[in-house]
Design a protein around this ligand. Structure first.
Ligand code: ADP
Length: 649
């Protein structure tokens, strides 16, 4: 076994690799970009080295810098994780040339599987079933169109260099072929710098089922059973599980044998995944699956295989890379229960799954029987635009599928995340959805159910907004109460003043998810009641305060509420206190009065810029400015003193 490893990755996978490496007694060497200086994977490692600026091309994708660190630190091996350089044969070669073991397959195996067309030709030769189609070298549109006709519509045009679902177009009729081809080529060119495509039969009722394989350097290859990754959006996996629902023994062994044959055909060593597409209109059948591609690395979804087999695949990777034989023979591989993984992303399902960035103001995961969380971030971490916005993988294992689903559902319900928008409510909805639970799904399931899963533009949650406003008002009142003994009042005291004034209604300007909204306050004998758009505060919401905002979580959905502009508060009834504090973090733009000057009640005395908006501070009372504590042009913290006005009696 090795004594040290350089982990050439970041985020959850770097953290996950570090855990196993430490357990095996390896010294763990992390690398990080400037954007990741405080990242979890850096904190978990024994040592960490800066490799460059945030953009991956200058850091995590720089083979040169990584190998330089590996040499300097005396790393015996490099684990590439997934993504970045994991399937880059030149990087694997460069490691070898530097005398460092690359924890992955031989470069020749990566190359053989790197291009979809060549891989398919190779697989056909090895007797592995391949989706009917054209994967030759000719690329003339007219020729490809003829091929599509021969294959029969619908067809799928795929980028030869493809990955991550990019450069893929389904074409349903002959007349649409040219447009689909042009789109696929354009996308392929921009994503991979290679616009070559192949055309294949679009499989009806498709299920994505893949086999985890493992090879050692002595020529042994076994498989660790299947994973079902049919819940996809834009051909990207969202939820994965093992075993595949409806899998029968005859199909599992046929698929397993095909996958092992595929791996053997390329001299495979290490962890790999052979992806198949199955036609499932009549259930899973041993003659209804075809090879799609092989991923020559550890997959994101490997934890579901670990859960049902009880194995640590990263440990296996280290062992075979160190030259040890596979720890188990095929017949000793067991399946225990069922496991399901949900990918939690910083993205907004209500806005076409647009990636969302920003600081995680809250992040809490539950613990529980059968629950595993793989994450690379903690509360306070920043989700940046530089890398994949995955926050965590939530994995549940149970004695059967129902228990695994129930555990996953419960774990998602108890997950708290605030800051960037996330797909939490969306994946929680998927786990609960009838079709998924009833095993009645294929790869089109998500697209067909976007509306019922809430992944459509929606109005903000009014009850959550009302809850947020009520929370902010209560907070301000508590602050005022705490301060009233010492140094007086702030402009926020207006909220208190409403009450002092007895029964009255007021409109309070707030920002809900950045939108200008008016909250209605009515004060009765029971205190304040807040409504937004006619709805009162939700009873089932949670509030997380961050700066001057409150993040309201309800049903996995986030609603951000801010009090808009205290200038618009009705301050007429205020007649006590002359302390003015900054209502939020910001920059002092101007002080509009001078020390010793007289001010009238409601007069604008200072301007503060916060959240890209200008806010005027007004005098709560008439009087004389006795102290000015803030300086124009400087930053000011929420609650800091701006000035003091002494009232004129
Ligand atoms: P990529 O490498 O871009 O991820 P894949 O070849 O792995 O592309 O395909 C991604 C997904 O597209 C599959 O999981 C499956 O859902 C769908 N898909 C691929 N090939 C077919 C096909 N022939 N028929 C139907 N769906 C397909």
């Amino acid at each position: 076994m090795f004594s040290s490893v350089l982990i050439a990755n970041r985020g959850e996978i770097a953290a996950r690799i570090a855990r196993t490496a430490k357990r095996l007694g390896l010294r763990t060497i992390a690398v990080y970009s400037e954007a990741d200086a405080g990242a979890l994977h850096v904190r978990l490692a024994d040592e960490a080295h800066l490799i460059g600026p945030a953009p991956a091309a200058h850091s995590y994708l720089s083979a040169e810098r990584l190998i330089d660190v590996a040499k300097r630190t005396g790393a015996e091996c490099v684990h590439p994780g997934y993504g970045f350089l994991a399937e880059n044969p030149e990087f694997a070669e460069a490691c070898a040339a530097a005398g460092i073991v690359f924890v992955g397959p031989p470069p020749a195996a990566i190359r053989a599987m790197g291009l979809k067309d060549a891989a398919k030709a190779l697989m056909e030769k090895a007797g592995v079933p391949v989706v009917p189609g054209y994967h030759g070298t000719r690329q003339e549109p007219k020729f490809l169109k003829e091929k599509a006709y021969e294959i029969g519509y619908p067809v799928l045009i795929k980028a030869v260099a493809g990955g991550g679902g990019k450069g893929m177009r389904r074409v349903d009729k002959h007349a649409d072929f040219e447009a689909g081809l042009a789109g696929a080529m354009r996308e392929a060119k921009s994503a991979f710098g290679d616009d070559r495509v192949l055309v294949e039969k679009y499989v009806a009722s498709p299920r994505h089922i893949e086999i985890q394989v493992f090879g050692d350097s002595r020529g042994n290859v076994i498989h660790l059973n299947e994973r079902d990754c049919s819940l996809q959006r834009r051909h990207q996996k969202v939820i994965e599980e093992a075993p595949a629902p409806g899998m029968i023994a005859a199909m599992r062994s046929a698929m397993g044998e095909a996958a092992v044959a595929a791996a053997k055909a390329v001299g495979y060593v290490g962890a790999g995944t052979v992806e198949f597409i199955a036609e499932a209109s009549k259930g899973l059948l041993p003659d209804r699956f075809w090879f799609m591609e092989m991923n020559t690395r550890l997959q994101v979804e490997h934890p579901v295989t670990e859960a049902i087999t009880g194995l640590d695949l990263v440990e296996w990777q280290f062992r075979v890379a160190a030259g040890e034989p596979l720890p188990l023979a095929q017949r000793a591989v067991r399946i225990t229960g069922h496991a399901i993984e949900a990918r939690l992303y910083a993205e907004d399902p209500e806005k076409g799954f647009l990636p969302s960035t920003g600081r995680l103001v809250a992040l809490e995961f539950p613990t529980g029987e059968g629950i595993r969380i793989d994450t690379g971030v903690t509360a306070g971490s920043e989700v940046t635009p530089y890398y994949d916005p995955m926050i965590a993988k939530v994995i549940a294992h149970g004695k059967d599928r129902t228990q695994a689903l129930d555990r996953l559902g419960a774990a998602l319900a108890r997950t708290r995340v605030a800051g960037p928008r996330t797909n939490l409510a969306f994946v929680a909805g998927l786990v609960k959805s009838e079709g998924f639970r009833a095993e009645a799904f294929d790869t089109g399931f998500i697209d067909q159910n976007l509306a019922s899963l809430g992944a459509v533009p929606r109005a903000f949650d009014r009850a959550a907004a009302a809850f947020g406003v009520a929370h902010l008002l209560a907070r301000e009142q508590a602050r005022i109460a705490a301060r009233s003994f010492s140094d007086g009042m702030s402009p926020w005291d207006a909220t208190d003043g409403f009450q002092l004034a007895g029964n009255r209604d007021a409109a309070l300007p707030v920002l809900v998810d950045g939108e200008n909204v008016s909250a209605a306050l009515s004060y009765g004998s029971n205190g304040a009641r807040v409504t937004v758009g006619g709805e009162g505060a939700a009873a089932d919401a949670q509030a997380i305060e961050a700066g001057n905002a409150v993040y309201v979580l309800r049903g996995g959905r986030q609603t951000v509420v801010r009090l808009r502009d205290f200038e618009e508060f009705d301050v007429d009834h205020l007649d006590t206190g002359g302390l003015i504090v900054a209502p939020m973090h910001g920059k002092v733009l101007a002080i509009l009065v001078e020390k010793g000057g007289a001010v009238s009640k409601g007069q604008r005395v200072a301007l503060i810029e916060a959240m890209k908006m200008e806010h005027a501070l007004t005098a709560p009372i008439a009087g004389t400015v006795t102290e000015i504590a803030a300086v124009a042009g400087s930053q000011i913290a929420e609650g800091a003193k701006v000035m003091v006005i002494e009232g004129t009696d």
